[in-house]
Design a binder for this molecule. Structure first.
Ligand code: PGA
Length: 242
């Protein structure tokens, strides 16, 4: 694991954007694995900036998002589909046909999950996967006690995740309790991984991920077994490992 500690959120976002931009420059038809949540917002802003100012070209890129809430439609402003449109896709020259997000309101979730895996394989696998981390150590929506061998599947969200994500909803009761998520196996098959974390609230999860034993209680700890992981942290998220 390569660990980069920077001063603040802005620096973390710039470094992450540097890595993503380099990937796209070196391989214009890269397959990017994308994440949602608060953490990668700054990175997306940076990438939009580089598209506008430097002409960073996304036209040949394919993307796969990590997860989507179960039971909400794409039009719902809380969906990750909506998030990706608004925070990245509509601002760059990406071909929307090449963007992939699990469909949380698919008729058959089992079929949706199988097809999602198939699509990733057909695209040649993920070249670089961006991850945030939950304060409980989850990656994607792979909550503690996860089966490390899982591929894309329907998950029950952890109480801690529901509480954390309620900040985006009117009330805790409105937060979906299930989601479709790439599994740990899917994530581990990515060629490169970048994990981003900022803020004190992530310090313990980062400690367990980097220094702890590999165990399903901290799903991100499995990343110790991947041979190309870069973790970019602000000072606060790194406070327990330094
Ligand atoms: P956050 O979520 O970026 O909103 O903190 C990260 C996660 O839950 O994976």
């Amino acid at each position: 694991m390569r660990i980069i500690v920077v001063n603040n959120y802005e620096e973390m976002s710039r470094k992450a954007a540097d890595m993503m931009a380099s990937q796209v420059i070196l391989k214009p038809d890269s397959v990017l694995g994308l994440a949602t949540g608060s953490t990668p917002l700054g990175m997306y802003k940076e990438l939009v900036d580089r598209y506008e100012k430097e002409g960073l070209d996304f036209s040949k890129v394919t993307t796969f998002n990590l997860d989507e809430y179960y039971g909400i439609t794409r039009e719902n402003t809380q969906s990750y589909y909506y998030y990706m449109r608004n925070n990245l896709f509509k601002h760059i020259n990406i071909d929307l046909q090449k963007t992939n997000i699990p469909n949380g309101s698919a008729e058959s979730i089992e079929k949706e999950c199988e097809e999602y895996e198939e699509r990733i394989k057909k695209a040649g696998g993920i070249d670089i996967q961006v991850l945030g981390i939950g304060s409980n150590g989850h990656i994607g929506f792979n909550e503690p006690d996860i089966n490390f061998e899982a591929e894309t599947h329907l998950v029950n969200l952890d109480e801690e995740t529901i509480k954390a994500n309620s900040r985006f909803f009117n009330s805790k009761e409105d937060v979906p309790v299930k989601a479709i998520s790439m599994g740990i196996k899917t994530i581990m098959q990515s060629k490169k991984i970048i994990l981003l974390a900022n803020g004190e609230g992530k310090a313990e999860a980062i400690y367990e991920t980097v220094k702890g034993k590999i165990n399903p209680n901290t799903p991100a700890s499995i990343l110790q077994l991947h041979n190309d992981v870069t973790i970019i942290l602000d000072k606060n998220a790194a406070s327990k490992i330094q």
